[in-house]
Design a protein around this ligand. Structure first.
Ligand code: AMP
Length: 473
């Protein structure tokens, strides 16, 4: 099994009203988070009320949500769910989530999004634990269990574990009568809280707000970096929530969530992903406008930035039209993770097809969100030229990616990165573009609207050092 598993996943948790079943809400929440992971899906549930709780088990399987959860059901008004992102070679049912851990004769279920960087040290510390999977989530769960055995209360153990884990982690935990949400002190991955306006007290947490929209919940706020948020049936009949600020560090939201990973209709870290992507397109145009006839996106990832680019052109009286140009077959899976280059290129032809009438004889600006290996863009330039494009200018709404991501985005093979050791002119020549420009790093930061970002994949400089992490409670 692959030891370098990346856990770029989607998580969901909900505390629902007594005597209801929240399975379908978790199902549709996960469905909305499907873009964050297509390898496996799972749900854990429990019946909870003011008098107690009863764990109801877990269902999970390989595949996208409707495949993995077909004909499956878990009872419960409290529950958590997970969709897992696959990377080459790491696909296995053992690594699917949520996972259950037994400690002190009790069971808790946990789902994780992120990637921790000190698993080796933690595993060494937990010498007694037997690991059934290669996933970080099991290491986190065992670390919590390790402290729990030593007799403290669960939240104290969780806080202790947070102090020891280095890296990116958003967690949802189903423990006794509680849904517990945790976000690492850097806030790499997004995690939001929503409430049901129709059913007083119902609360959910999700990787992105698109999951709240899918079940009719409204966005309350983000789980803050370093926060533990708890929803539970305490005394009385209502769900109550409490929050603990555990750790403080330099906030470092992953910029790639805005560039590519999150859904454009989500709000994360209090910013609309759609607005940010459009702004990226506008800034890209302002930095690297080129005279052309049409601007077209690489669907779907380049669409919002291309709209922004075209809007900037209109605002500046440039004669250029937005056009689709390339049609995507949305029933083809992801080409990005296919194991070899020849397969990736072949699949791409099936996935994206040019519209000759839009392209023939035109000078084209083609917008994509990012270039990693350059496979997609090189192939597309050739396809456009074959259909009669006069010029193809490439504009990219993410600066050159040169370093692997340690914090959960699938970018594992730095030597394959086209920008790793080449100048922009060299890359343009290699992919066959008439011109190539990336958004600047300042432009990217301006579009996102905060400097509290992780862009280690651009600079190689990690925002995490163990010593930086300060205890505030
Ligand atoms: P490449 O063909 O290797 O240059 O990959 C770039 C294309 O893949 C772009 O169109 C991106 O939208 C997409 N992409 C970038 N990063 C990822 C990722 N981590 N997972 C899946 N797709 C990605």
């Amino acid at each position: 099994m692959n030891e370098n598993l990346k856990e770029a996943c989607g998580i969901f948790g909900i505390a629902g009203k007594e005597n209801t079943n929240i399975y379908s809400k978790i199902y549709y929440g996960l469905f909305a988070l499907q873009h964050r992971g297509q390898e496996s899906a799972g749900i854990a549930g429990a019946m909870v009320n003011a008098n107690g709780f009863k764990q109801k088990g877990i269902v999970k399987d390989m595949g996208i949500v409707p495949e993995a959860l077909r004909n499956k059901f878990v009872e419960g008004n409290f529950g958590i769910g997970h969709v897992r992102y696959s990377t080459t070679g790491s696909s296995s049912i053992e690594n699917s989530q949520p996972i259950q851990i037994k400690c002190n004769d009790e069971i808790f279920a946990i789902a994780h999004n992120g990637n921790i960087v000190n698993t080796a040290e933690i595993k060494q510390k937990l010498r007694v634990a037997t690991f059934l999977t290669t996933s970080d989530s099991e290491v986190i769960a065992n670390l919590i269990a390790h402290h729990y055995v030593s007799g403290k209360n669960f939240l104290e153990c969780l806080k202790q574990a947070m102090k020891e884990i280095v890296g990116s982690y958003c967690l949802v935990i189903l423990y006794q009568n509680k849904i517990i949400a945790v976000r690492d002190p850097n806030g790499f991955r997004p995690l939001v809280i929503g409430k049901n306006e129709d059913e007083e007290g119902e609360i959910c947490v999700a990787s992105e707000t698109c999951a709240l929209d899918a079940i009719g919940f409204s966005y309350m706020r983000d789980v803050e970096p370093g926060e533990i948020f708890v929803a539970e049936y305490a005394k009385g009949m209502k769900i109550s929530s409490s929050t603990y600020s555990v750790l403080k560090d330099k906030i470092s939201y992953c910029m790639f969530e805005y560039v590519y990973f999150a859904r454009a209709d989500s709000v994360i870290n209090n910013a609309s992903v759609y607005q940010v992507r459009k702004e990226m397109g506008k800034i890209l145009a302002s930095e690297s406008y080129v005279d052309a006839d049409i601007v077209i996106p690489v669907p779907d990832s380049g669409i919002t930035a291309a709209i922004g680019y075209a809007e900037w052109c209109i605002e500046h009286s440039k004669r250029i039209c937005y056009s689709e140009g390339l049609m995507k077959n949305r029933y083809v899976g992801r080409t990005f993770i296919l194991p070899n280059q020849a397969d990736r290129e072949k699949e791409l032809c099936t996935k994206l097809n040019p519209i000759k009438t839009e392209i023939d004889g035109k000078r084209i600006v083609l917008i994509d969100d990012s270039i990693v290996r350059g496979t997609t863009i090189k192939r597309l330039i050739k396809i456009l030229r074959d259909k009669g494009a006069k010029e193809v200018h490439i504009r990219v709404s993410c600066p050159p990616i040169k370093f692997t991501c340690k914090f959960g985005i699938d970018m594992q093979t730095a030597k394959e990165f086209i920008a790793r050791d080449k100048s922009i002119d060299e890359i343009a020549a290699l992919i066959g573009a008439d011109s190539l420009q990336y958004i600047s790093r300042d432009g990217l930061v301006k579009a996102i609207g905060t400097e509290n970002l992780c862009y280690a994949c651009l600079t190689g400089i990690s925002p995490v050092t163990e010593k930086q992490t300060k205890l505030i409670e």
